[in-house]
Design a protein around this ligand. Structure first.
Ligand code: ADP
Ligand code: GLC
Length: 484
């Protein structure tokens, strides 16, 4: 039995700000239980919902040395769907109303978390074969293991995998402060390990020190090795390309299942999608305060409002599109003020065509996936993207930019061959996005049969975890073997 410990800063159902939580909270469920014991370790944030906090049981506590500091670390535990979740408790670091704060706080918070995870494995009596780390918040785990804990008996054999879900966020901060926080030796703050551009960089530390590095789609794995996509780390990744693998995310098909989804008023499958989606659509329109119309092209967006998601293109074209086209747009999201205000503005200007729900709602998100005709995701970059996978599963036709995981999962419609699952455009250009939208509308309004076929082809795709899990299993094996 191989023991794997997933270390991450968020995971469903306990805490979620984006797709990382979906991945960490679902992937572990799908490993072969006869061969793998996969567990998860997270911070215990004060902002976690009360109902989740109540489930946690005290296991143990200890103190973590961070430079000259000695900090309390409690360990709590919960069991969900037969998966063990552990939590590191510290009311100073994990206070606040959100998981993430200012970067200068977060670099200390996640240095503490990373060291606490390593120390915790002895106390929970689960010394794993592999710690599977995720994003910069856990980047110091491989660094500590390889350089500080490597001589200790319990830790000698632990291997690490480092998964990059978004290379934009790197955990960069001033070297003297990070030396002080971590107590790591001076020799690690060079270009061979933690240093980039004169700063300390947790993501780079993770890449350099881990036994293998993965990212969440094959296209993104290529993109991050280029100057355009590497966010300054493309050289580091090219240097470590021998251990870099692109493994596509899957979707939790139990959670995102239109037949059983408890958030949607009318459940459906590919037999009933046409009638039932129409009913969900009417409810969506009503809840969003739009005129309830059957035959208007209803586009949904559910997203963090960040420039990553292509909102600058939307901003550029939205007035023109809403003015001229027979379209409705529903948007759910929170994030940067400039985008929230842009959507509020257009919702005010075109109340019959546009509705903005500035907030976070699991229920509304599912209703949009179930009730919209099409889903717009014109991302500037997209490591994988889960929203387009949810759309496909719910018979909502994705309209995406060909980047990262979007390119790998949405096959553009080909009217001559009757193939494809969505619409796409190549360059980050607002007019190309508008042209794609108009092409989609042409099909929707004029080729009803073709549109229905597109929906069905999308629903038939399999983006469950099944195939990706076997890729991870192979990787776990090879990482173990190389080192044994
Ligand atoms: P990212 O992780 O970059 O935000 P993904 O597409 O991988 O993008 O995952 C986003 C996840 O967050 C999806 O599960 C999506 O439904 C969800 N989500 C984003 N914004 C909201 C929101 N405002 N309300 C509810 N769910 C949201
Ligand atoms: C990041 C990426 C997103 C990806 C998710 C899960 O948040 O932005 O594309 O799907 O991580 O891997």
């Amino acid at each position: 039995m191989k023991k794997i410990l997933f270390a991450a800063s968020e995971a469903v159902p306990f805490v979620k700000t984006g797709g990382l939580a979906d991945v960490v909270g679902s992937l572990p469920k799908y490993f072969d239980k006869k061969k793998y014991d996969v567990r998860i370790i997270l911070p215990k944030y004060a902002c976690m919902e009360e109902k989740f906090k109540k489930q946690l049981k005290y296991v143990s506590h200890f103190y973590v040395e961070l430079g000259w500091r000695k900090q309390y670390a409690g360990i709590l535990e919960a069991l969900v769907d037969d998966i063990h979740y552990y939590f590191i408790d510290n009311e100073f670091y994990f206070a606040g109303d959100k998981p993430y704060g200012e970067i200068y706080q977060d670099v200390e918070k996640f240095a503490f978390f990373s060291k606490a995870v390593i120390e915790a494995v002895k106390r929970i009596r689960f010394v794993p074969d592999i710690i599977h780390c995720n994003d910069w918040q856990t980047g110091l785990i491989p660094v500590f293991l390889k350089n500080v804990y490597h001589k200790q008996e319990e830790y000698k054999k632990i291997r690490t995998i480092f998964s990059i879900h978004n290379i934009r966020f790197q955990g960069r901060w001033m070297i003297p402060t990070v030396k002080d926080i971590t107590g790591l030796p001076d020799k690690l703050f060079t270009a061979d390990c933690l240093e980039t551009y004169g700063e300390s960089n947790y993501l780079k530390g993770g890449i350099v020190s881990a036994d293998a590095v993965t990212t969440v789609s094959k296209s993104y794995a290529m993109e991050i090795m280029t100057p355009e996509g590497g966010e300054g780390l493309d050289g580091v990744l090219r240097q470590h390309s021998y251990k870099l693998f692109g493994i596509l995310n899957g979707l939790d098909y139990e959670e995102f299942n239109p037949q059983k989804d408890k958030y949607i008023p009318y459940n459906f499958d590919s037999q009933t999608v046409f009638e039932e989606k129409a009913k969900n659509k009417a409810i969506l329109q009503e809840k969003m305060g739009l005129p309830v119309k059957k035959d208007v092209f209803l586009v949904g967006m559910v997203s963090r409002m960040s420039d990553q998601k292509g909102f600058d293109l939307v901003d550029y074209m939205l007035d023109e599109i809403l003015y001229h086209e027979n379209i409705q747009l529903v948007v759910l999201g929170t994030g940067e003020d400039r985008y929230e205000n842009m959507f509020r503005h257009f919702a005010g200007k075109y109340p019959d065509k546009m509705a903005a729900n500035v907030g976070y709602s699991e229920e509304m998100a599912h209703l949009i996936y179930a009730g919209a005709d099409a889903f717009l995701m014109p991302s500037l970059f997209e490591p994988c993207g889960l929203s387009q996978l949810m759309s496909l599963r719910y018979g909502t036709v994705p309209m995406v930019r060909e980047t990262g995981g979007l390119k790998d999962t949405v096959e553009p419609y080909n009217k001559y061959e009757g193939t494809g699952t969505g619409f796409s455009f190549a360059n980050y250009n607002a007019h190309e996005m508008a042209a794609m939208l108009r092409t989609a509308m042409e099909v929707y309004y004029k080729e009803a049969k073709e549109w229905k076929d597109l929906m069905l082809r999308g629903m038939q795709q399999d983006y469950s975890w099944i195939s990706s899990v076997s890729e991870y299993e192979l990787l776990y094996q090879s990482v173990g073997e190389i080192m044994d």
